[in-house]
Design a protein. Structure first.
Length: 575
C-alpha cells in the first residue's frame, strides 16, 4: 500500500508543479489502475482544472462523494491540498476497507481497526483528511518523503493493501495482505468505463516485481502528453496523460521513449463494505408512533403547525385521482380528524404547506397534468374550505418548498423544469396574491425537492440533494431574503429522496431517508449549517421523503409507511 501511495504522490507532484498547477479533483480507487508491470496509473481527467491563484471558487462544482474535500463542494477554490485530501481518503480505504462514500468526512481511527498499522502512517493519513485544508500537508512531495521513510521502517514486513469487509470475521491484518493481479495477459486494453477488477487476497507480490520496485529510482519520469492514452502512469517509463489543458511533450529523464503498454489491469480498491455505525444524538429518543388509520398517501405528506398548536397535514390521496386531502390533530398527533378534501385540487408531487401567525394555511403544489405548473391556494378556517387556486406562472420539475417569515412573507423554492435542474426562488408579500420575479439560486441545482425553513432573524436555510445523482446533501442560506445565497456546504450525508428541515431552539434539524436501500429515517442537527453531527436512526422506514415540524419543544416527523400500505404515520421526539 505504501508503494502505491508513493507512486500516486509522484503523479500528483508532477501535476501540482506544472505552470499553472493542475488539480486532478477526482482521485479515488475507480480512477487508479495498475499495469501488468505493476506501475500505477491515474485515469479520467474529466473534471481536472488549472489552479488560479487569484480565484476564490471553482467555476464548476463536481465531486465524488467521500473522496472530495469540503472545499470542492463550493466553499473555496480547489488546490493541491484538495488532491491530498482525496489521496488520504483513498489510503484510509486501502488500510481499513471502509468506503468513505458511505459516511463522508467520517474516518474511523485506523489503529482501532488494526493495531499493526504503523503509527507514523496513521498520523499521516489523519493529517491528509483534515477538514481544514490549511492543516493538511502542503505538497505531495512531502507526503512521498514520509511514505518512503515509513517504507524503510516496514521493509521487513510491508504494509498491506485494501481488504474486503464482505466477511468481517475473516479479515486478515493489513500488514499481511497483498495485491493480486488478474488478467495481466489480456491482449486488449481495459477502458475506464468497462474495467475488470482485480481481487484482494493474501497473495504475495511476485519476487521479481518486488525486487524491481526496490531498485527503481524514485525520480520524475519523462511525460508523454496526448489525447489517446487517457491515463497518467508513473513507476518506470513514460507517463501517458489524456488532458487538453497541457501541451504535447514535456522532456525529462526517461528510461524509455514509448508510452505505457496498452495491456493493463485495474487495481480494484472498492470492496463491498458495511457502513460504520454513527452515534445517535445525545438525549433524543423517538416515541409515540402513530399510524393514521384509513389515510394513505401517494407521495410525501406536507406537515405544519398552526399558532394554536394544531398539527396539519396535506397529502395526495393514494388513488387514481391524485386529489389532495387535509387532516389535523389537536392532541399532538394522538388522534386525527377534520378530514377535508382540497376541492378541485390534485397533484402528482408532494405539496408544500406553511402557516402564518394568523392561522392561515398556505399551500403550493404542482399541477396534476404533467406540466409542472405551480399553483397556490389558502385556507382561513383550519383547512375546512380552500380558496380557488391561482397559478404562480412558474414550472417546477419536482415538489416545491415553502416557508413563511415572521413578517408574513412567503418564500418559495423549486427546481427549474428544464435540463439544468437549477433551483429557483420567488416570494410573495401579500399572502400569495402576487409573486415576485423568479431568480436562480446561483450555482445550486437539484434533482429533488429542496427543504426550506426560516429562522427568527429572517435567515433562509435550505438543504437539497446534489444534482449529480450521488444524493449528497448540501446546505446553503440567505441573509437578505433570498437576494443572494451563500456557497453550498456538504453535510456529509446522502439521500436519493428530498430532505426535511426545521428549527428547534436555534438548532437546525434535518430528516432524510438513508441512501443505502433500507429506507430508514435519520435525523442530524447543526448549530450553523456547516457542522452537522449526532446522526440518529429514528427506527422507522419511509417509502417517500419525510416531513418535519416542531410543536411544544418536540420534533414531529411525518412519513409514509414502507410496508406496502402507504399509510400515513407520525412519530415525535422526546429529550
Amino acid at each position: 500500500m505504501v508503494r502505491i501511495g508513493i507512486e500516486l504522490c509522484e503523479v500528483l507532484d508532477y501535476l501540482h508543479t506544472n505552470k499553472p498547477p493542475i488539480i486532478f479533483r477526482d482521485l479515488k480507487p475507480l480512477n487508479i489502475m495498475m499495469t501488468p508491470k505493476g506501475h500505477i496509473c491515474l485515469i479520467d481527467f474529466g473534471i481536472a482544472r488549472h489552479f488560479k491563484q487569484e480565484q476564490a471558487n471553482d467555476t464548476a462544482h463536481f465531486y465524488s462523494m467521500g473522496y472530495a474535500p469540503p472545499e470542492q463542494y463550493g466553499r473555496s477554490q480547489t488546490s493541491p491540498r484538495s488532491d491530498i485530501y482525496s489521496l488520504g481518503a483513498t489510503l484510509h480505504q486501502m488500510l481499513s476497507g471502509h468506503n468513505p462514500a458511505h459516511h463522508p468526512f467520517q474516518f474511523a481511527p485506523l489503529q482501532q481497526l488494526d493495531a499493526t498499522i504503523p503509527v507514523p502512517l496513521v498520523s499521516l493519513v489523519r493529517q491528509m483528511v483534515e477538514m481544514d485544508e490549511h492543516k493538511r500537508p502542503v505538497r505531495a512531495a512531502t507526503i512521498k518523503q514520509q511514505l518512503e521513510q515509513i517504507l524503510v521502517l516496514e521493509q521487513s514486513e510491508p504494509v498491506g493493501s485494501m481488504r474486503s469487509e464482505t466477511d468481517p470475521e475473516t479479515v486478515m491484518p493489513a500488514s499481511r495482505l497483498r495485491l493480486q493481479e488478474q488478467g495481466a495477459r489480456s491482449s486488449s486494453p481495459t477502458s475506464p468505463t468497462a474495467r475488470a477488477s482485480t481481487t484482494v487476497g493474501p497473495q504475495s507480490i511476485p519476487p521479481a516485481r518486488e525486487e524491481r520496485s526496490k531498485a527503481r529510482p524514485l525520480v520524475r519520469r519523462s511525460v508523454l502528453l496526448g489525447l489517446l492514452g487517457g491515463t497518467v502512469a508513473v513507476g518506470g517509463g513514460a507517463v501517458a496523460l489524456s488532458y487538453s489543458l497541457i501541451g504535447a511533450v514535456l522532456p525529462g529523464k526517461s528510461t524509455t521513449k514509448t508510452p505505457v503498454p496498452a495491456k493493463r489491469t485495474t487495481l480494484a480498491l472498492t470492496p463491498k463494505t458495511t457502513p460504520a455505525p454513527t452515534p445517535a444524538a445525545s438525549g433524543t429518543t423517538w416515541t409515540h408512533l402513530q399510524r393514521i388509520f384509513g389515510q394513505a398517501s401517494k407521495v410525501t405528506p406536507a406537515l405544519a403547525v398552526s399558532p394554536d398548536g394544531i398539527l396539519h397535514q396535506v397529502f395526495v390521496a393514494n388513488n387514481g385521482g391524485n386529489g389532495m386531502l387535509h387532516i389535523s390533530s389537536q392532541d399532538q398527533g394522538a388522534t386525527w380528524g377534520n378530514y377535508y378534501t382540497v376541492p378541485d385540487q390534485s397533484s402528482q408531487a408532494a405539496p408544500a404547506l406553511t402557516i402564518s401567525s394568523n392561522g392561515t394555511l398556505h399551500l403550493v403544489y404542482t399541477a396534476n397534468d404533467g406540466s409542472g405548473g405551480l399553483f397556490y391556494t389558502s385556507s382561513h378556517d383550519q383547512g375546512a374550505t380552500w380558496a380557488s387556486a391561482s397559478p404562480i406562472n412558474e414550472l417546477s420539475k419536482s415538489a416545491p418548498a415553502l416557508t413563511i417569515s415572521s413578517n408574513g412573507t412567503l418564500y418559495l423554492v423549486f427546481v427549474a423544469d428544464n435540463r439544468s435542474n437549477r433551483m429557483l426562488y420567488t416570494s410573495s408579500q401579500d399572502q400569495g396574491v402576487t409573486w415576485a420575479n423568479t431568480y436562480p439560486i446561483s450555482k445550486q441545482s437539484s434533482q429533488n425537492a429542496p427543504a426550506l425553513t426560516v429562522s427568527t432573524d429572517g435567515t433562509l436555510h435550505m438543504v437539497y440533494t446534489a444534482n449529480g445523482g450521488s444524493g449528497g446533501l448540501l446546505y446553503t442560506s440567505s441573509h437578505n431574503q433570498g437576494a443572494t445565497w451563500a456557497s453550498a456546504y456538504y453535510i456529509g450525508q446522502s439521500s436519493q429522496l428530498a430532505p426535511a428541515l426545521t428549527i428547534l431552539n436555534n438548532t437546525l434539524y434535518l430528516a432524510f431517508v438513508a441512501n443505502d436501500g433500507s429506507n430508514q429515517l435519520y435525523v442530524i442537527s447543526s448549530q450553523d449549517g456547516i457542522h452537522w453531527s449526532g446522526r440518529q436512526k429514528v427506527g422507522q422506514a419511509s417509502l417517500y421523503a419525510p416531513a418535519l415540524a416542531v410543536l411544544n419543544g418536540k420534533l414531529y416527523l411525518a412519513f409514509v409507511a414502507n410496508d406496502g400500505s402507504n399509510q400515513l404515520s407520525i412519530i415525535s421526539s422526546q429529550e
